[in-house]
Design a protein around this ligand. Sequence first.
Ligand SMILES: Nc1nc2c(ncn2[C@@H]2O[C@H](COP(=O)(O)OP(=O)(O)OP(=O)(O)O)[C@@H](O)[C@H]2O)c(=O)[nH]1
Ligand SMILES: [Mg+2]
Length: 358
Amino acid sequence: MAGSRAAKSTADAEARSALQRHKEIKKYLASEKERSRKTIKTVLLGIKKSGKSTVMKQMHSIYSNGFSEEERHKARPVILKNLLCIFSSLLGNMDTERMSFSTETAKSSADLIVKTDADLVFSGAPEDAAICDAMKNVWLDPVMCTVVSENRHMFYYDNWLYFYNSTDRITTPKWLPNDQDTLQARLWSRGITEISFNIGPITWEMTKIGKYEAGLRRKGLLLFEDVHCVLYVVPLSDYDQLLIEDDSMTMMHEIILGFESSIYYNRWFKDKPLVILLNKVDIFKEKLAGSPLSDYFPDFQGSTTDFSAAAGYFANRFRTSATARASRDRQVYTYFTNATDTASMKATMEAISSSILV
Ligand SMILES: Nc1nc2c(ncn2[C@@H]2O[C@H](COP(=O)(O)OP(=O)(O)OP(=O)(O)O)[C@@H](O)[C@H]2O)c(=O)[nH]1
Ligand SMILES: [Mg+2]
């Protein structure tokens, strides 16, 4: 009896010691893994509407398994406001002499939308439901097909059709945005946003600078001090956007000049790898046939519909325009992206992570 108690206590002691060893090994492996982890600090820059927030949201969503319920709840009033702006703009552009609604309900709904304060906050109040119903009534009217096709390229933000086409779903009471809706919610960004995420052994610390305001510039410079690389977002689809102040130039000419002076030759980024995300390839591709690249960049030799040649032309411009006057060893990498496409953004980020910066 006494012998079996002694044997049991020896076995217990051995089990405890094995467990202790197991814990120590686990701790050691975790600390080794942490030691081998590399941190890449990066700043995300680009002109207004280039897609910076969308890239940030993608990183957040991809590397933390989608948006949380709270984040989707927060996106709801933003998207409803986006939708209200879309309807107000469409109705504002509608030629009322030529086009009219087929029902009284649609007409009175349109009147309600036009009269609604553009600063309305969708707080969940009963009035929200009335506006939602009004948007749906207008959306159901056949005249809207003509209005939409006439306004296809007249909008202040690119993806208005995504929300417009989802009006039925979005205006349903208690609708909660899904991941793609949350990603597409359009909110003008201000200030600095930071996120951190892991890709394999690399921890990315990404900082987005919203606007180059005076106060931000100071903070921005502090941030730039220890960055390892710069991510610069370029909206390719701006190749044919003429500047209001000088219609011999497009937004893309201005971006290329701005890239050279504020990024390439910026002393804070000297010797830092520059990763250029040539974004909005989907819109770029769609625009090319109707708006030939050579009309705006006469040295482009390819055919009007040759997407690869046109996209390659810009990749080349960004890689070589500045290097002609500076070090040829400077690391400038270009990637084509559609920031709204989660799978392709994941693949791009992983390619950047593994092939360039390890
Ligand atoms: N189709 C398409 N739309 C895009 C792409 N990237 C961004 N967008 C859309 O373009 C609009 C502007 O994108 P944002 O990410 O808000 O741009 P931003 O650079 O943060 O803009 P600011 O905050 O104003 O500086 C949004 O409606 C996005 O959904 C893309 O690659 N393809
Ligand atoms: Mg933004």
